[in-house]
Design a protein around this ligand. Structure first.
Ligand SMILES: Nc1ncnc2c1ncn2[C@@H]1O[C@H](COP(=O)(O)OP(=O)(O)O)[C@@H](O)[C@H]1O
Ligand SMILES: [Mg+2]
Length: 367
């Protein structure tokens, strides 16, 4: 019996959770037959142990139940054969956007800091979640290979799915996330040297299927190490966002992380000051880590880079930020009314001021 156009239309609303495209476009619907009120559908998963199988099955069932004239739904799951997987890979590869291509519309933002513990990862995760919640397509690479924390900040415990040599990043809060931590046994130290880091990043950029993105964030390791250089080489369009605390020692090391842009020719978008103050119950602000670090960093980077590098926001020290991180739900989602969430939204808004879209840009040759 032939496939029912009504059922196919309903299935076109079901997206593969990892590939983020309609299952009908991915060659995943083998058959969709409607007979006497019974919809019988066979969906092929990319791999046998697909962690998303129940999500796909539930969403397909719900979509089919909503079709007029359908009284009963049978959704059977199968697995693609090697040829079907190869076809899928090919169709995805032809759509893969090389983020380093000058015509790429993806904005690549690397978040840097002088030292660890200043909130770089928390800020990166929050920015990614905030922009994704606004409907933008966002990817996040945890490039902090020695101190990876993005998976737990984003609440991801699941490993990436592999379709042969293609890696499908887990999606959390609408953000496609990849981290070196997803490829290691738990708590195993990473003792990689520069060339291996470079190759790891290269592989993230070539083998991980991000699809078209509006934003790609990179959580850099602290300091001015090999990874920062690799990012500038592999993603020459990337821009830097520099995070500091108000403390002068943090600012001095952050300055070095920012002036690396002089050598790599990357643009520094701005400075973020985190843990700026603690709001006390009586309304006064306690400056736990001192004050003025962000403004000082903004001044010195502006001078050295010879263009204005603004202090984009000051984020208060707040329990909700830490709680959100611990729960795997960044504060912009878990406590959106908190002053820290407000500051992070302000920051996301400032980043997103640049007009996106095709106007004035050359079109990539293939889609
Ligand atoms: N504004 C803030 N208020 C309270 N805690 C924060 C804030 N920013 C970060 N933290 C906490 O500080 C610690 C370090 O933050 P993290 O984002 O991991 O820093 P980094 O990536 O720079 O090492 C984490 O426990 C995090 O939850
Ligand atoms: Mg970190």
């Amino acid at each position: 019996m032939s496939n029912s156009p009504e059922l196919l239309a309903a299935l076109a609303t079901v997206h593969d959770p990892e590939l983020r495209r309609p299952i009908t476009e991915l060659g995943m619907v083998e058959s969709a037959v409607l007979s006497q009120g019974t919809a019988t559908v066979k969906i092929l998963l990319t791999i046998a142990g697909c962690p998303m199988r129940s999500t796909i099955q539930d969403e397909a069932t719900a979509a089919l139940q909503a079709v007029a004239g359908v009284h009963q739904v049978n959704v059977n799951l199968g697995v693609m054969d090697p040829q079907q997987r190869a076809d899928l890979r090919e169709s995805l590869a032809s759509r893969r956007t090389p983020f380093s291509d000058p015509s790429s519309l993806t904005r690549v933002i690397a978040v840097a800091s002088g030292k660890g513990g200043v909130g770089k990862s928390s800020i990166t995760a929050n920015l990614a979640c905030q922009l994704a919640s606004q409907g933008l397509k966002v990817g996040l690479i945890d490039a902090d290979v020695h101190g990876f924390s993005i998976p737990s900040l984003m609440g991801i415990s699941q490993n990436p799915t592999r379709v042969d040599d293609m890696i499908l990043p887990p999606v959390a809060h609408g953000v496609k996330v990849i981290s070196i931590g997803m490829f290691l046994d738990s708590n195993q130290p990473v003792i990689w040297r520069g060339p291996m880091l470079h190759r790891a990043l290269e592989q993230f950029l070539s083998d991980v299927y991000f699809g078209d993105l509006d934003y790609l964030f990179l959580d850099l390791p602290p300091g001015t190490g090999d990874m920062a250089i690799s990012v500038s080489q592999l993603l020459p369009n990337s821009e830097l966002l520099v995070v500091t605390t108000p403390q002068s020692t943090a600012t001095e090391v952050a300055e070095r992380a920012g002036t690396i842009a002089l050598q790599t020719d990357q643009k520094v978008i701005g400075v973020v000051e985190n843990m700026s103050f603690l709001q006390l119950p009586d309304g006064t602000r306690m400056e736990v880590f001192g004050s003025g670090g962000g403004a000082k960093l903004s001044d010195s980077l502006s001078q050295q880079l010879d263009y204005p590098v603004q202090l984009l926001t000051q984020i208060p020290l707040e329990e909700s930020v830490r709680v959100g991180s611990d729960e795997g739900r960044p504060v912009v989602l878990s406590s959106p009314q908190s002053p820290a969430a407000f500051a992070l939204r302000e920051l996301a808004g400032k980043l997103d001021q640049r007009p996106r879209g095709l106007a004035g840009r050359s079109l990539p040759m293939s889609f």
